[in-house]
Ligand binder design. Structure first.
Ligand code: ZN
Length: 78
């Protein structure tokens, strides 16, 4: 059973709010940057959450499973 939420950085993020997911870890060279080495998960509305590598992979899998589930639902209606 796939959920519509995925857990990133202690936040349950609704999958439909995810715009894109970073392929490479964040690096900006800023001394007080707290997201160095984290993967950005961009959300609707100019919002971002920061994921560890396993979390990032988990988000990718969850979005894919969610999308596949939606396609199956649509086929059921035909
Ligand atoms: Zn930074």
């Amino acid at each position: 059973m796939s959920s519509i939420f995925v857990l990133v950085d202690d936040k349950h993020v609704p999958l439909y709010r995810v715009m894109w997911i970073a392929d490479t870890p964040h690096f900006c060279g800023n001394e007080d940057c707290t997201c160095e080495g984290m993967y950005e998960v961009r959300l609707e509305g100019d919002d971002s959450v920061w994921a560890t590598r396993p979390e990032r992979d988990n988000v990718l899998k969850a979005v894919e499973a969610w999308h596949n589930g939606q396609e199956r639902d649509q086929q059921d209606w035909d």
